[in-house]
Design a protein around this ligand. Structure first.
Ligand SMILES: *Cc1c(COP(=O)(O)O)cnc(C)c1O
Length: 364
């Protein structure tokens, strides 16, 4: 069986080091906000090329807390996309802010900057672009628009650890950037986790307070806050995996290259990489007008593909008819066509070959 992504394989690849890291935490007797979290925050921020990192309980909380750290308050509007994981939009509503949903660009599946001006209102306070599947958004255009209108920018980097624009990693293109450390992401723990990065020391301080009851020192709240902390256990494991993240992303790109070459002659829309960018291939997403047939064909060969996402947020029962949106021509068009083929760094040459030959057989 070949899965779309395989966190168990990521554990087995570094089992000795991870087991040792877990044992060290267990024996230390210190399990919440200790030396592993502090070290991981700095190591991950360095890796991103950003000054500060603040570990939190999930990628979803990372977004909510980032918005709060930028003084987004209930009723403020935040422009993001409908073609994303539900958590992007849920995180905005969790703090009482109002998501306004834009369509995506047809080539890269990321926020279409041409829609921004039509979605702007007197209540717009921030833009939350999502580097979906591992492809960077057009940050130059988005940032220029935000600057022109006095808006904050928060990057949702949950799927894009290591993607670059002009050689610089995502996470450094906004006031605050948010990463998920969910097991399947490019850098994942063995449970929930997230990290917020920023170059602003005051925002970093604020995030550290917000994740823990607004404490500026133990048991002393100078504002309200949540309980949203990254565990020592997760941080210790993430520190091990971070050492291999560059290699893992390189391997993702190699596998994507193999797929791109193998599938170029078939009736498939393959991933497009905007010039100046690198794709970190959290997901390898194609479009096919025969998606369901292809999916079933692969499944018969024990190859499990995924759909990210089967239903855009603006049509989901919890949100339909309730949120302001731009035209959704691309979002609505692609959702029945997109398919995520298996891609994770530990895939064997045989696994890759099995996917290539099954897709070739389907179209051949
Ligand atoms: C995974 C994900 C999130 C949420 O992260 P969690 O750690 O699962 O809370 C947010 N945005 C996007 C685009 C994601 O893929």
């Amino acid at each position: 069986m070949i899965l779309t992504s395989d966190p168990g394989a990521a554990y087995r690849a570094h089992q000795g080091e991870i087991d040792q890291a877990i044992k060290t935490v267990l024996e230390s007797g210190w399990y919440v906000l200790g030396e592993n979290v502090t070290a991981f925050e700095q190591e991950f921020a360095n890796w991103c090329g950003v000054d500060f990192g603040v570990g939190v309980a999930s990628g979803t909380d990372a977004i909510s807390l980032a918005l709060r750290a930028l003084d987004i308050v209930p009723g403020d509007e935040v422009i993001t996309v409908s073609h994303t994981a539900v958590p992007t939009v849920a995180a905005v509503e969790a703090i009482g802010a109002v998501p306004v949903l834009a369509d995506v660009d047809a080539d890269t599946y990321t926020l279409d900057p041409d829609q921004l001006s039509g979605l702007l209102s007197a209540r717009t306070k921030a833009i939350l672009p999502v580097h979906l599947y591992g492809h960077p958004c057009d940050m130059q255009t988005i940032s220029a628009f935000a600057n022109g209108h006095g808006l904050a920018v928060v990057e949702d980097c949950a799927q894009a650890h290591g993607a670059t624009i002009d050689g610089q990693k995502v996470g450094g293109f906004s006031d605050v950037a948010c990463f998920s450390l969910f097991p399947t992401k490019n850098l994942g723990g063995i449970g929930d986790g997230g990290i917020v990065v920023t170059n602003d020391s005051l925002i970093a301080d604020k995030l550290r307070r917000l994740r823990q009851y607004g404490w500026d020192r133990p048991q002393h709240s100078i504002q309200t806050g949540l309980c949203s902390r990254l565990d020592e256990l997760q941080a210790a494991i993430l520190r091990v995996k971070l050492r291999y993240l560059d290699d893992d992303i390189k391997r993702r790109q190699e596998i994507a290259d193999i797929y791109n070459q193998a599938f170029s002659q078939y009736q498939l829309e393959l991933p497009v990489v905007r010039s100046g960018c690198t794709h970190s291939y959290h997901l390898y997403v194609v479009q096919s007008s025969r998606r369901e047939a292809l999916r079933g064909f692969l499944e018969q060969r024990e190859i499990i593909s995924g759909i990210h996402y089967p239903q855009p947020v603006h049509t989901q029962p919890a949100y339909a008819g309730r949120l302001a949106t731009g035209t959704m021509a691309i979002t609505d068009k692609i959702s029945p066509l997109i398919l995520s083929l298996p891609l994770y760094p530990q895939m064997s040459a045989g696994d890759i070959e099995s996917v290539v030959s099954a897709v070739s057989e389907f179209f051949g």
